[in-house]
Design a protein. Structure first.
Length: 319
């Protein structure tokens, strides 16, 4: 009979006996709806059954996980932490089932990669193509988002690796980071925009007289832009559209008079279409380095290690 490792505390051993994946599923659903009636409907169970399950989990951990409010329920600070774990555990289980099913059917596992626009995107695409040629049955999922979104997906175990920028100092305590390079922000508008007909563009005019397309506040690019405004004693623009999709920003800038600041590599690729023009008077240096981000302390699958080896080789060839 296998014994429980001594490194687990008595309380953890007790939770082993009481906590099941269905409890985690219930917590995630309740955390999403924040309403017992709607969560019970989504889980196809009665409200009393859901309430008993929640009480069982709260009893196991010895604390309240949700505050009961007149119009619903909100997670407590402790509940927020448990919800993060529940999301991660369920995503990990889903990935494991997907991987084992693929292997049982003669496949070769799965790999989920996240990458920011710009930076090493071309090398990542080349690496995935090479890996797919050498392992045609390997299931590969590639997602492109802003760094903050990719970091969240990596923490929730929805990704195996992210090629992105760390966002906060605390990220270094949770993730391994291997820097790959730097980038800078360039400003761009639609071709034919009034700003493109001027000899030079004043910062004050660019910021205050025109609408702006902005990445989310948590993204490294937005943080760099906010610092750039502050260094020039400028208030942020009042006419803005916040957009988490780089592709949507590139479409919107062609259809509006908005100014946007994006990775120079991304913008230059689209300047070639003739639909976007760079405002060469201004750039933003000092973006954090982008690089390979992995969860700390986790073993690497064979597929992940192959991806990393191919990527490093592609970057070395480009150098």
């Amino acid at each position: 009979m296998t014994t429980i490792p001594a490194s687990f505390s008595p309380k953890t051993q007790s939770i082993f006996q009481r906590l099941r994946y269905r409890h985690l599923h219930m917590l995630v659903t309740l955390g999403s709806y924040q309403n017992v009636h709607r969560a019970a409907e989504a889980l196809n169970m009665s409200q009393p059954t859901l309430t008993r399950m929640l009480q069982d989990v709260e009893s196991a951990f010895g604390c309240s996980l949700f505050d009961r409010q007149p119009r619903g329920m909100a997670p407590t600070p402790v509940g927020e932490e448990l919800l993060k774990f529940a999301h991660s555990a369920l995503n990990s289980l889903d990935r494991c089932v997907e991987d084992l099913t693929a292997r049982a059917e003669g496949g070769y596992g799965h790999l989920a990669v996240g990458v920011v626009m710009g930076g090493a995107l071309d090398q990542v695409v080349s690496t995935i193509a090479t890996l797919k040629n050498s392992s045609p049955h390997l299931g590969i999922r590639m997602m492109s988002e802003t760094s903050d979104v990719l970091i969240d997906m990596l923490e929730q175990e929805r990704l195996d690796v992210a090629i992105a920028r760390l966002g906060t100092p605390s990220d270094r305590s949770r993730f391994e980071f291997e820097p790959l390079g730097n980038d800078r922000l360039a400003f761009a508008v639609r071709t034919g925009h009034p700003l493109t007909t001027q000899g030079s563009v004043a910062v004050e005019e660019m910021v205050h007289q025109w609408p702006w397309l902005l990445q989310p506040l948590a993204s490294p690019g937005r943080k760099a832009l906010e610092r750039w405004w502050a260094d020039r004693d400028l208030l942020p623009p009042s006419k803005t559209i916040e957009c988490s999709s780089i592709w949507a920003m590139l479409q919107l800038v062609q259809r509006t008079d908005a100014v946007m600041a994006l990775s120079e590599v991304v913008i230059n690729d689209h300047v070639k279409t003739g639909l976007i023009t760079v405002l060469n008077d201004h750039t933003i240096e000092g973006l954090p380095s982008y690089g390979i981000i992995l969860r700390k302390g986790e073993p690497r699958s064979k597929e992940l290690q192959q991806f990393l080896n191919h990527l490093r080789g592609a970057l070395a060839t480009d150098d």
